[in-house]
Design a protein around this ligand. Structure first.
Ligand code: DG2
Length: 248
């Protein structure tokens, strides 16, 4: 049977993206621009006739609000919704709440990019009980000792894939159009898996905010359009370059 279509959507610009702060699991809202991007994302879905039957989101409001706004614009506000912490952004450890430009200046280009883009070097762990830690957050109570204190991309792949396999793949096998609203690094983790990108090559891949990315998958869940197809390719290219040069 034909697999359903997968549509990936990184949330629109958040207030902390706008302020150039490391965000991770800190639950910041969309900026005004981010809300606009989410509306544009919904228009692109409607124009392409890509109407989701089900939406999966992280537990963070920038992804949840983006999905709500985009689906509202596309007249699909009523579809089934599922949310899971496994789609959350990469936990940015002790960098959460820190300015990216200042961090670059303080630690230098190499360390900065190692923390942002290396596959297996996590930032220093966050101090439990500190301002931007999640240890008292009820939504993660079920995680217990599994609550991350920091994560590298490899850790995100490991905790994201079980959700992909158990919850998203069955929707695709049922022929449903799936919208997955998540984050820069949780989506990089999924794209790495789908496209079979190597641990080193993934460092160069950046995902822009608010532009739907369509994947057509074969029965083995391999993309028939490797790299996916952005619904606004020109805007995506420009925005991905801006993400890559953040902090400079
Ligand atoms: C950004 C990604 O996550 O930052 O946590 O700061 O997608 O939720 O805005 P998002 C963050 P970089 O890894 O691109 O620095």
């Amino acid at each position: 049977a034909e697999l359903g279509t997968l549509v990936l959507l990184r949330h629109g610009q958040s207030t902390w993206n706008a302020e150039n702060l490391f965000t991770g699991w800190v639950d910041v809202p969309l900026s005004k621009l981010g809300e606009q991007e989410a509306r544009r994302g919904g228009e692109l879905l409607a124009e392409a006739g890509l109407l989701p039957d089900v939406v999966h989101t992280s537990l963070l409001r920038r992804a949840i609000s983006t999905a709500n706004i985009a689906l509202d614009v596309a007249d699909r506000h009523w579809i089934e919704v599922r949310r899971d912490w496994r789609l959350n952004e990469r936990h940015y450890g002790a960098l959460q709440g820190k300015n990216k430009k200042q961090t670059l200046e303080q630690f230098g280009e190499e360390q900065f990019m190692l923390w942002r883009r290396s596959y297996d070097t996590p930032p220093p762990p966050i101090e439990p009980g500190s301002e931007f830690s999640q240890d008292a957050d009820v939504r993660y109570a079920e995680l217990g000792a599994e609550l991350p204190m920091t994560e590298c991309l490899k850790d995100v792949v490991a905790r994201m894939l079980p959700y992909w396999e158990s919850s998203v793949v069955p929707d695709l096998r049922a022929g449903r159009t799936v919208l997955l609203a998540a984050h820069g690094n949780s989506l990089r983790a999924l794209v790495k898996h789908l496209d079979g990108i190597s641990d080193t090559e993934i460092a160069g891949l950046n995902i822009p905010t608010g532009i739907p990315l369509r994947y057509d998958l074969d029965a083995d869940l391999k993309p028939t359009n490797p790299g996916g197809t952005y619904l606004d390719p020109a805007a995506a290219e420009e925005a991905a370059a801006a993400v890559a040069s953040q902090g400079r």
